[in-house]
Structure formats: structure tokens, C-alpha cells
Design a protein around this ligand. Structure first.
Ligand code: AMP
Ligand code: GLY
Length: 423
């Protein structure tokens, strides 16, 4: 079969790498892709926002299945349009993608179905929002309702910081995404990323994973899209996974189905494992990045039939096999990220890095220059990943691969996996 993958990050490189190994695959295309994805797939310049162009590409290239990586096309309804054109697609339709597209929508589902989450209120005006924050006290969390590329959540340590966040978001600082805000209780615990393939009715949990979101070692510095990931994570015990399925994922699927908008695709629950058990921080309607990279390394089964079973509504008796090995993925980012950074620097030593035992280098933001060299083309640029018998071994291999890379304009955290190693 022929598959079209949409996206251009490290998540999509890992998906392309895994799907390229499927015996079911004839041709793999990726739009737009990057220099690393180009080793696994034919990269094509297609604008995701132009659904008609994507449909016409699918028809002219006999595409049997489309896999959507990032959230923006999902929230924009690309799955509905492709399916209406007769093209099977992995991912939720527009209505179900509201689980990521609107924090208020998700919080109302939690409230209506007693799904454990932080207490919250929704506001569209600053004065009542500030009064509420005062009544509750700091620390408190202020969130833009809509998609804000990771900038829409402010954990306010003081009431003054909460006031500033409320003014910034409702004052238009995040554009359309911030016409409404959610103010919620600050949850204490350890975070984990929980993924389940969903077919509208049934959910199949994936292996556990943890994201390292802060820019610098020791979980210091600004929040980022993710500086590294580890799987498995000891924070996610079997009991926590069982409770997450029973108390969070399954009630959500039942609620979505009852509303006539069943959720198909991969549901990503960002969790806080609190003293009372797992609580939902937020949903995403796609694979996590860089969590996907460690999951794909550990997945022993073919990914393609699993994604198709989710699309076709036949996940009920489906099973996936996972390697016992641990996996680590370390993000190499351009200096300056998550703030402003320069593009275009040259990256060397990638072949030497890939030659390290157990290592796999996924590209997150690269282009192939006319000089034949790989150039940095984003904030998060490489995901240097490795499998190992233990987290410690995976970590040693990933950092050995990083040390083989010559890229003075880049940086990475040196402690990805510490939470798992420490236990
Ligand atoms: P998000 O961009 O929604 O993933 O949120 C960014 C980060 O903010 C999360 O990973 C958490 O560390 C933190 N966060 C969000 N909501 C809460 C909450 N209710 N309590 C504590 N921390 C939170
Ligand atoms: N790793 C966080 C995210 O994918 O949103």
C-alpha cells in the first residue's frame, strides 16, 4: 500500500522510520518532511492548510492511507475532508480534535463525567478572572483556551503573575487562542505522558513515556515543546495505567461517542500522578514529540496495521508487542531555543552518531543544503535516541551518539532520563 504522512518533525521521522519497516508498505510519501525523513520517504512540498491539494495528491499518487502527525491540520478538519473524498485517514475529525483544540471543551467533559482533573473555571473578562484567582490563591494556573503552540499555559507562582498572565492572554497576546481562558488549580506530583490508540469505542494503551519539558538540566529554565523523553517511566505504575484507562480515557471515549463525535486516532493524556492518583492536565489528539520517538523505538509490532485498525474501528482484539529494552531520546536544539534562534548552521558527524550501538538519530528540523550538508532549520533540530537494556545503558548510548555530532550552534540537556535512573 501507499501511505502519505503529514508533518516535518522528529515525531514524523520516527513514524516514517517505523512505517518504512512495514512489509505492507509499497511507497511512503511525507509532506513536507525534512532531511532525515527523506531517507525513509519521498518528501513532497504540500501545504497542509490546502486540503484540496492534499486530496488531489492522494488521488494522483494512489494513496491508500494518510497518517496525520501534528495537531493543527487535525483541528482544521483535514481528516473529515480526506475521508469525505474516500481517502482512509488516521486521526480524529475536527469535532473530536476539540479535545486538544479547546481546553474549556475538555474541562467540561471532565466535569460532566467525573474525570479526575484540576478544578477550574472559564472566563472571557479579566476582572472576574482576577477575582477568582485571588479567591483561590497562588500558585494557580492560567491557560488560553485554544492552540497556542506551547505558550498558552502559565503556572503563576504569585497572584501578581496570575494577573499579568490574565492581562496578557485576554489582552490579545496570544491572538484568537486567548479570547477565553481557563483558570485552574495547581496540581502537585510527577508528570507522565499516556498514549492510547482509539477506534471510536475501544482504546489500546501504548507503553509508558515521560517528557522532559524544561530547557535546562535539573528541570530548570523555560518550558519547551520537549527536550527529551524516556520510556518506560517508573512514574507510570501498572496501577496508575489501569486507573488512567478506567477513570480518564474510557469515560472520555464514551462521552465523545455519546455526543456523536467518536474519537479515533491516538489520544495523548498529559497526566499529573498525584497522591490521589492520576489526574488529567490536558489532552492532545496526536502522538507526543519527543515521546513518539521512544515509543517507536520500543514498538516491536508493525505500526501500520495498528493505525489502520484504529481507523477501521477494529481495535477491540488488537494487541501490540513492546521490547523490554528502555529507550531515551535527547533533543538537540539551536542555541537560543525556546527563544529566538538562527537558522542554517551546518551539522556534522551524523553518520558517526548513527553508528553507535542501539542509537538512532531522528531529524526534527533540518534541511539538506545545496552543498549536500545537513543544515539546522528550526528550534528543535535533532532527536538523538537509543535503546538499551536499562535506562542507564540507553542514556549512555544516546550521549555517546551526541558526542559524535559536531554542531557548535546546538545544545542539549545532559540529564534526560534522570527521573527513571534515580529510582
Ligand atoms: P501544557 O502546555 O498544557 O502541556 O502545559 C505545560 C505545563 O504546565 C505542563 O506540562 C505542566 O508542567 C504545567 N501545568 C499545566 N497545568 C497544570 C496544573 N493544573 N498544575 C500544575 N502544573 C500544570
Ligand atoms: N511532548 C509534548 C507534546 O508533544 O506536546
Amino acid at each position: 500500500m501507499n501511505i502519505l504522512l503529514l508533518g516535518s518533525g522528529g515525531r514524523e521521522h520516527a513514524l516514517a522510520w517505523k512505517m518504512a519497516a512495514s512489509p505492507l508498505l509499497d511507497r511512503l510519501y511525507c509532506a513536507p518532511g525534512n532531511a532525515g525523513i527523506a531517507r525513509e520517504a519521498t518528501c513532497v512540498a504540500l501545504d497542509h492548510a490546502d486540503h484540496a491539494a492534499v486530496i488531489s495528491f492522494c488521488k494522483s499518487h494512489a494513496i491508500d492511507f494518510v497518517v496525520v502527525g501534528p495537531e493543527a491540520p487535525l483541528v482544521a478538519g483535514i481528516v473529515d475532508d480526506l475521508e469525505a473524498a474516500g481517502i482512509k485517514t488516521f486521526g480524529p475529525g475536527k469535532a473530536a480534535a476539540r479535545l486538544e483544540g479547546s481546553k474549556g471543551f475538555t474541562k467540561e467533559i471532565c466535569r460532566a463525567h467525573a474525570i479526575p482533573t484540576a478544578d477550574f473555571e472559564r472566563f472571557t473578562a479579566a476582572a472576574p478572572a482576577k477575582a477568582h484567582a485571588r479567591a483561590r490563591g497562588a500558585p494557580i494556573v492560567v491557560k488560553a483556551d485554544g492552540l497556542a503552540t506551547g505558550k498558552g499555559v502559565i503556572v503563576a507562582p504569585t497572584i501578581e503573575a496570575a494577573d499579568a498572565a490574565i492581562d496578557m492572554i485576554l489582552g490579545g497576546g496570544l491572538g484568537e487562542a486567548g479570547t477565553e481562558i481557563v483558570i485552574e488549580e495547581f496540581l502537585e506530583g510527577e508528570e507522565a505522558s499516556f498514549f492510547a490508540l482509539c477506534d471510536g469505542e475501544h482504546a489500546l494503551p501504548l507503553a509508558s513515556a515521560q517528557d522532559y519539558k524544561r530547557a535546562f538540566d535539573g528541570d530548570e529554565g523555560p518550558n519547551t515543546g520537549g527536550m527529551g523523553a524516556c520510556s518506560p517511566t517508573p512514574a507510570m505504575t501498572e496501577e496508575a495505567a489501569r486507573r488512567t484507562m478506567a477513570e480518564i480515557v474510557q469515560p472520555t471515549l464514551r462521552a465523545m461517542k455519546a455526543m456523536g463525535t467518536p474519537f479515533k486516532g491516538v489520544l495523548y493524556a498529559g497526566l499529573m500522578i498525584t497522591r490521589e492518583g492520576p489526574k488529567l492536565i490536558e489532552y492532545n489528539v496526536r502522538f507526543g514529540d519527543p515521546e513518539c520517538q521512544v515509543l517507536m523505538l520500543r514498538l516491536a509490532s508493525d505500526l501500520v496495521p495498528a493505525l489502520m485498525a484504529a481507523r477501521d474501528g477494529v481495535l477491540k482484539d488488537f494487541d501490540l508487542r513492546w521490547r523490554a529494552d528502555a529507550a531515551i531520546s535527547v533533543v538537540m536544539a539551536t542555541k537560543g531555543y525556546p527563544g529566538p534562534y538562527a537558522k542554517g548552521s551546518v551539522i556534522d558527524g551524523l553518520d558517526a552518531a548513527a553508528a553507535i550501538e542501539g542509537a538512532e538519530v531522528f531529524h526534527a528540523g533540518t534541511t539538506l543544503g545545496a552543498d549536500g550538508q545537513v543544515h539546522a532549520n528550526g528550534g528543535r533540530v535533532l532527536n538523538v535516541s537509543a535503546l538499551g537494556a536499562t535506562v542507564g545503558e540507553a542514556q549512555a548510548r544516546a550521549y555517546a551518539a551526541i558526542d559524535a555530532i559536531r554542531w557548535p550552534e546546538g545544545f542539549c540537556r545532559r540529564d534526560i532520563g534522570w527521573r527513571a535512573v534515580q529510582r
